[in-house]
Write a protein that binds this ligand. Structure first.
Ligand SMILES: [Zn+2]
Ligand SMILES: [Zn+2]
Length: 214
């Protein structure tokens, strides 16, 4: 059996713990690194997974990987974001989406990111058993080209920002590519009954995320 612990750090990080091993998923914003480290205390962290390359998920990656002495893993297609978080335009729909976009662009402009190169590149179907947890990578492009999720066991799914629960559980409010984002939301629907752990907001059950006519 495994356990998923949510750590609120500006965005959500998660500890997926199985027996004595654990992986850390995402790293939150600067200022939260000590909180995250203390949550990791006493656990044997084997890997740091980044769901995508946005600042609010990768900002503490270098610091935490060094402190925990673990490799950093992510999808190849988001590596360019580590050099420049604004290198690909984000689009948004509706008032809430535009509001969220305004604040993310602003924070990306205000923030200095220590650029880094991931140690491991993840792709669809990669299993993380060698790091001690029963998790499998699922590609969920759209929010960013290299967005990934993690299927944990047979009843949980970490989605990063492929879906959001900032205001209510819904499809992501920000995206590089609308069609891919919709495709990824449908891919999540097809996984059926699972607990969804978002990059923003609290856990909710899987459901229909896309209206029929979307
Ligand atoms: Zn994001
Ligand atoms: Zn985010």
């Amino acid at each position: 059996m495994y356990e998923i612990t949510q750590i609120k750090a500006g965005s959500n990080c998660y500890l997926v713990t199985q027996k004595e091993a654990a992986i850390l998923v995402d790293t939150g914003l600067k200022g939260f690194e000590k909180k995250i480290l203390s949550e990791c205390e006493g656990k044997q962290i084997k890997l740091l997974v980044l769901t995508h390359g946005h600042i609010d998920h990768v900002q503490n990656a270098v610091f935490l990987a060094k402190q925990l002495q673990v490799p950093i893993a992510m999808h190849e297609k988001d590596v360019p974001l580590l050099k420049d978080n604004l290198c690909r335009e984000m689009k948004a729909n509706g008032v809430r989406g535009k509001l969220v976009r305004f604040f993310s662009v602003w924070s990306a402009k205000m923030t200095q990111l220590d650029s880094f190169v991931p140690d491991i590149l993840l792709k669809e179907g990669d299993k993380l058993n060698e790091y001690g947890v029963d998790a499998e990578v699922i590609e969920l492009p759209g929010h960013t080209a290299g967005s990934i999720g993690l299927k944990v066991g047979d009843d949980s799914l970490l989605v990063g920002d492929a879906l959001m629960n900032m205001f209510r559980p819904e499809k992501t409010l920000l995206y590089e590519e609308y069609e891919k984002m919709i495709e990824s939301a449908r891919k999540i629907e097809e996984l059926g009954d699972r607990k969804i752990y978002f990059g923003h907001g609290k856990m909710a059950s899987n459901r229909r995320w896309v209206k029929e006519n979307a």
